[in-house]
Design a protein. Structure first.
Length: 128
């Protein structure tokens, strides 16, 4: 694991939160679980992080996100944050997504061949 004050990482296009979970019924109660699409995305993020040498940023962080969507469909930027944030937390890039204290999201041009989210994660508030 490599701990840094700032890292850059590119991840595949994240699924919308609308498809990230699925509802199931257990007895008389309905609950939500991570969908197959959500589990596959978390695994893809983990593999990318491992290939990048397991970088991490400890403590509170600021995230800059550049979203390159696959098409011109109308989207809510918040619907795509949950999947990548859970993925980078699961992979150990950040300790917990509640430690993201500042974020800046940008919609970029459509990239049909390589839809993705490019992240810059920076420690804030001094050394960890």
């Amino acid at each position: 694991m490599t701990t840094a004050a700032r890292i850059e990482i590119t991840l595949p296009w994240p699924p919308s939160v609308n498809g990230y979970y699925r509802a199931i019924v257990r007895g008389k109660h309905a609950t939500q679980i991570l969908s197959a699409k959500g589990r596959a995305y978390k695994q893809a993020v983990l593999e990318i992080v491992i290939a990048d040498g397991n970088p991490s940023v400890l403590g509170t962080v600021k995230v800059t996100e550049r979203f390159y969507p696959p098409d011109l469909k109308k989207r809510d930027i918040d619907n795509h944050r949950k999947a990548y944030r859970d993925g980078i937390e699961n992979a150990g890039v950040i300790e917990n997504d509640c430690l993201i204290k500042e974020d800046h999201g940008y919609w970029c041009e459509v990239d049909r061949k390589n839809p993705r989210v490019e992240l810059v994660i920076e420690r804030i508030g001094g050394a960890a």
